[in-house]
Design a protein around this ligand. Structure first.
Ligand code: X8Z
Ligand code: ZN
Length: 601
């Protein structure tokens, strides 16, 4: 090869430029051959990288981290190289599938590798290292046994002692500062990689993955948030009012932000664990799924079996035997693992697995369905070409399992034999409040993590302002404040998994909206005429087919076309959220009026 190239150079030198043969123009056939070759290579490298990551996250050691970093680097370097080569087909009229694949080649990575091999290796090492550091994170209270995140989560959910909650909050957030420099360096390196691919920075690259210009996507996200913001404000106001009753004036201000440690969750992202503090008196549904699961002695695998059972009731094939052999369901005692729940398809065909340190609670029952949603999606699109083996957009991937979990209604629980009778419609307020504490409370959180990262990647927020910018956004969007004074020595964003693990987060905001849209439309397909929160698509093959038709498309078409399959519209629409919670919103606003509860912060 090299000799041939040299011969060509010599030939060009030997002949006057005017007589040099023109570079043959690239043809559509060449473009197809190129992209199909790239696709096959990338698929093979992705399988290798997925396998290495699986081992690293299930056995955190220095060696597995190195192996995972090497595999990630090989994939990233190849993808970046091929994306650059693909530019030679720019401007060529191409069949739609080839053009889409060439575009996706550029967008297949979360962190783009810089061309410089040393820098590319450094970025991969930093990413694997932060993932491991987070996974190993612990809080060691003085004189007591150390607590990992699973143990801390449990205390955060159950404790009503503000002192203990504060200790846990501070203790966990102390895992992050050692990662700050690595994070800042990874920002620099991945930005370099993104720029080499023609993006302004990594944040702009992330925003380019939605079949529309990046600025239009940011606007679209804002539009959706504005639709649901009034509902969030009402919920926030009522929750703050009730927390004041529990903790008093000195801990919770009348009109200011809610201190972040009191909401039953380390990041104040879902508030379902404080349901007993805010439950509408007249709305108690009369059962608690956590209690029922424990009474029925459902174990970790049993939780997953219920999830699988829902999908098979819709017509999906059962999970393969290897799923049960290879998944991680229980936190091992003898080694470090990344407990943050995840699902993967290691061979991109049917080597499906989840990794989760399952707790037997209603909250985790929903998470099990969330993870299985990933697996059933992955298998549904496994006949697509490699570059299309992805969800329509990343919000779709996150929405599928949650859509199914919205069908865990009293009617479904009765079918499972969990409850003897369905509570009457008058108890809907309690059910809606429980759901809103998780889903409505999450909306601003789902948005702000990437608002912060977008500013970090663009350079608007330099490392010296990371923490201030983080809390500014927490205040602006969530109306939540740090429970103790913070400085730039803290790195509070780093205490949330997706930041050290480099997982984009806007996907969860989109999923929070999309799941209500999907649920509303699938319930309609199933012919449900009840209030939408009482509709379950369990056992409905027509709804299952509709869902599968969309899942099978993978990423082969722009996401609005996938959305259309289920919803008959190409537009994401938060009115499904508003419809679902309409009775609760009415009730909240009545309380706000009656009790003169201040709204906002
Ligand atoms: O990270 C997750 C899943 C894995 S994709 C468990 N979620 C987000 C989070 O935990 O912060 C699900 C909802 C939000
Ligand atoms: Zn997920």
């Amino acid at each position: 090869m090299r000799r041939l190239a040299l011969a060509l150079v010599l030939a060009l030198i030997a002949f006057p430029v005017a007589s040099a043969p023109p570079t043959p123009a690239a043809t559509p056939a060449e473009a197809r051959a190129f992209v199909e070759g790239a696709e096959a290579k990338l698929l093979a490298l992705s399988v290798e990288a997925e396998r290495a990551t699986w081992v690293q996250e299930n056995f955190i050691t220095d060696d597995t981290e190195t192996i995972a970093a090497l595999a990630a680097e090989r994939r990233a370097a190849a993808a970046a190289g091929m994306a650059k080569q693909a530019t030679r087909f720019d401007g060529l009229a191409l069949p739609a599938d080839v053009a889409r694949k060439l575009e996706l080649l550029k967008l297949s990575l979360v962190l783009a590798a810089p061309a410089n091999p040393a820098e590319s290796a450094e970025l991969a090492r930093l990413a694997a290292g932060m993932n491991g550091t987070y996974g190993k994170g612990k809080y060691c209270p003085p004189g007591k046994e150390c607590l990992d995140l699973t143990a801390i989560d449990k205390r955060m959910a159950e404790s009503r002692d503000p002192k203990e909650l504060l200790e846990l909050w501070k203790g966990w957030h102390a895992i992050a500062p050692p990662m700050k420099n690595d994070f800042a360096r990874a920002v620099e390196l991945s930005n370099k990689g993104a720029r080499e691919l023609g993006f302004a920075d990594t944040g702009a690259m992330w925003r380019s993955k939605y079949d529309m210009p990046p600025e239009a996507f940011a606007k679209e996200v804002d539009r959706l948030f504005q639709q649901v913001r009034p509902l969030y404000l009402s919920l926030h106001a009522y929750v703050r009012f009730q927390l004041r009753k529990q903790y008093g004036d000195a801990v919770v201000p009348a009109t200011g932000p809610i201190p972040a440690h009191l909401l039953g969750n380390m990041w104040a992202q879902t508030w379902g664990n404080i349901y007993p503090l805010v439950a509408p008196k007249e709305g108690d549904p009369g059962y608690d799924v956590t209690v029922i699961l424990k009474e029925k002695k459902v174990d970790e695998k049993g939780m997953v079996r219920y999830g699988e059972g829902f999908f098979t009731s819709l017509g999906f094939a059962p999970l393969p035997a290897t799923f049960w052999e290879r998944s991680l369901f229980t936190k091992p005692r003898d080694r470090e693992v990344v407990c943050h729940a995840s699902a993967t398809d290691v061979d991109y065909v049917d080597d499906l697995r989840i990794k989760m340190c399952i707790a037997i609670t209603a909250e985790e029952f929903a998470v099990v369905h969330h993870e299985l949603g990933h697996n059933f999606y992955q298998r549904a699109y496994n006949k697509q070409p490699g570059l299309f083996r992805e969800s329509a957009n990343d919000g779709f991937h996150e929405a599928i399992g949650d859509t199914i979990a919205l069908s865990i209604t009293p009617g479904y629980l009765k079918k499972l034999g969990f409850i003897a009778a369905e509570p009457p419609a008058s108890k809907d307020l309690g059910l809606l409040m429980q759901m809103a504490l998780d889903k409505v409370a999450f909306l601003p959180f789902g948005l702000l993590i990437d608002r912060w990262r977008w500013k970090v990647y663009s350079g608007e927020v330099p490392p010296g302002k990371y923490n201030q910018a983080w809390w500014d956004l927490r205040l602006e969007y969530q109306g939540v404040a740090a429970p103790v004074a913070r400085t730039e020595a803290d790195f509070d964003a780093g205490a949330k998994y997706h930041v050290p693990a480099s997982v984009p987060y806007t996907r969860y905001f989109l999923a929070d909206i999309l799941q209500f849209q999907f649920h509303r439309d699938l319930a309609k397909t199933a012919g449900c005429t009840d209030a939408v929160n009482r509709c379950s698509v369990y056992g409905n093959k027509a709804a299952g087919k509709k869902l599968n038709d969309m899942l099978e498309m993978g990423m082969s078409k722009p996401w609005p076309e996938a959305l259309e399959k289920i919803s008959g519209t190409k537009t994401m629409d938060a009115t499904a959220v508003l419809d679902y919670f309409a009775p609760l919103q009415k009730w909240l606003d009545e309380q706000i009026r009656k009790e003169k509860i201040p709204v906002g912060w």
